[in-house]
Write a protein of this length. Structure first.
Length: 251
């Protein structure tokens, strides 16, 4: 008997926001494919409880061939893809003048190239799927950006550039693919309580909290509802947008 449950890809699903998205999408009944470089105990635990519904691979988002192989393996495992959440990213703090070539290259390779290649591979699959069956709801992409893409942040210039590039990519792709019923949106969280932001100094953390109308840093759970929404038919007429989720406007 064929399995009709939607198939969602989430990159960087081993911890933080990606892990919360994997859990939410499994909870709503999706089959989920994810990757990270190292995996995590929590992901192993989820996979042991839902082996038919969770595929977790270990690959580097900076390697386009590995991403292509991961998407092909997802299709082999689950038969199709419905949603793509490009979440995996790295951050590197430091003023531009002291930022090394390798740091720039890695940020671009993981955050921008990795997300673009993952999205492209999903789009290629959707063009094939269209010839056989039209999935319902239509396919969608969620690109995980950051508030720093639009607001700016000293010490995060290259990271901000990758996120701004991702949002621009998403806006154009939404125009390119709208006629095919494929939606593309971005989300731009403010600072979240995850490993990525662990290097925030107490002073910076206090400044962000002070400037945030809702008075705290966000958590992955504050953001996964938007991923759930944007990858559902409740968002069937939403595309080309960036949804800011930052507690009201901290910079
Ligand atoms: N935390 C924040 O304050 C914040 C704010 C705004 C936006 N965001 C965005 O939200 C997303 C999730 O961030 P997070 O805070 O959840 O980060 P996180 O806790 O550091 O998790 C990042 C995830 O991406 C994976 N990853 C990193 N580099 C990878 C690579 N080269 N290849 C494959 N997987 C890789 C990590 O696994 P491995 O390390 O094992 O590879 C991990 O699963 C990112 O796009 C980030 O830019 C975060």
């Amino acid at each position: 008997m064929s399995d009709d449950r939607p198939v969602s890809i989430v990159s960087g699903g081993s911890r933080g926001l990606g892990l919360a998205a994997v859990e939410r999408l499994l909870d709503r009944g999706d089959r989920v494919a994810t990757f990270s470089r190292r995996g995590s105990d929590r992901l192993d635990d989820l996979a042991s409880h839902a082996p038919q519904r969770l595929f977790a691979a270990r690959i580097d988002a900076a390697d386009p061939t590995a991403i292509t192989g991961f998407v092909a393996a997802t299709v082999t495992r689950f038969g199709r893809i419905d949603h793509c959440v490009a979440n995996a990213a790295v951050a590197a703090e430091g003023v531009l003048a002291t930022t090394a070539d390798e740091t720039v290259a890695n940020l671009l390779a993981v955050n921008l190239q990795g997300a673009i290649v993952l999205t492209r591979e999903c789009v290629r699959q959707w063009l094939v799927q269209r010839r056989t069956a039209v999935p319902s709801p239509g396919p969608s992409v969620v690109l995980v950006s950051s508030i720093v893409a639009s607001r700016g942040s000293p010490g995060l210039t290259v990271y901000a550039a990758t996120k701004a590039g991702l949002e621009a990519f998403g806006r154009s792709l939404a125009r390119e693919l709208g006629s095919r019923g494929i939606r593309v949106n971005s989300i731009a969280p403010g600072f979240l309580e995850t490993e990525l932001s662990a290097s925030l100094s107490p002073a910076d953390r206090a400044r962000i909290v002070r400037r945030t109308p809702l008075g705290r840093l966000g958590t992955p759970l504050d953001v996964v509802g938007a991923i759930d929404f944007l990858t559902s038919d409740r968002a069937a007429f939403v595309t080309g947008q960036t949804l800011i989720i930052d507690g009201g406007g901290a910079a």
